[in-house]
Design a protein. Structure first.
Length: 227
């Protein structure tokens, strides 16, 4: 009997530096566990109203410049990524929601087999958007910038627009909102395993994530051990 893969719901905001840092962990999980896990990407709007949120939360800590310094100090602790020195002080995106909608439109291209699912265009697009923002200061909340990135990835622009115009991309984004409420997700990134019974929030190291997966592989839900 073929075992079903362990399903992992991964919630993140495309503008979140911790999700940017964590991408390497997702890649490592996919490499090491392959068909034993299935990572389902969802979005949580931590930066749904990015400018106003940062203005309020960082008003006494230097505003956007203070937050920019914070992000740069965080990134210095990791050698696998970089950020632009003017991050969050120039070309500040208004909202991550616009980007999440666009990315769901790309995901629908896979669902409808307009593009090959094996090409993993949805995952590639998420990384392309994050990388463009953090390293090139691309205002990824701007639809023109979104289309430019999609063109660089060789994706069919008209087909993406059609998913948005039809309302289907909005429906996928609404599903994310429902899941965020259902699982009370308030942190990016958040990993949820075992049908919501286990979760890992924020900057969690790879070994911790791996240990949770291996525990589920060795002790599936129907064979839970007291220890």
């Amino acid at each position: 009997m073929i075992e079903e893969p362990i399903r992992i719901s991964y919630f993140s905001d495309v503008l979140c530096v911790w999700a940017y840092i964590a991408q390497i962990r997702l890649d490592e999980l996919a490499t090491n566990f392959q068909d034993k896990i299935a990572i389902e990407q969802h979005f949580v709007p931590i930066f749904g109203n990015a400018r106003e949120k940062l203005e309020k939360r960082w008003c006494e800590r230097g505003g956007f410049k203070g937050y920019s310094h914070h992000v740069q100090e965080v990134v210095k602790k990791f050698n696998h990524i970089t950020v632009h020195p003017d991050i969050w002080t120039e070309a500040i995106p208004a909202s991550s929601a616009s980007c999440h909608l666009f990315l769901h439109a790309i995901q629908l291209l896979e669902t409808k087999e307009i593009v090959q699912k094996s090409d993993q265009v949805f995952e590639k697009a998420i990384w392309a958007f994050r990388s463009a923002f953090f390293t090139k200061l691309a205002n990824i909340s701007d639809r023109r910038v979104q289309f430019a990135i999609a063109e660089e990835l060789g994706l069919p622009i008209a087909a993406i627009q059609a998913q948005i115009d039809s309302g289907e991309a909005y429906a996928q984004l609404s599903k994310d909102f429902d899941l965020v409420k259902e699982h009370t997700v308030s942190v990016s990134p958040t990993l949820i395993f075992n049908e919501g019974r286990q979760r890992l929030n924020g900057n969690v190291g790879y070994r911790v994530i791996e240990a949770n997966i291996r525990e589920l592989l060795h002790n599936p839900p129907e064979e839970q051990s007291w220890c």
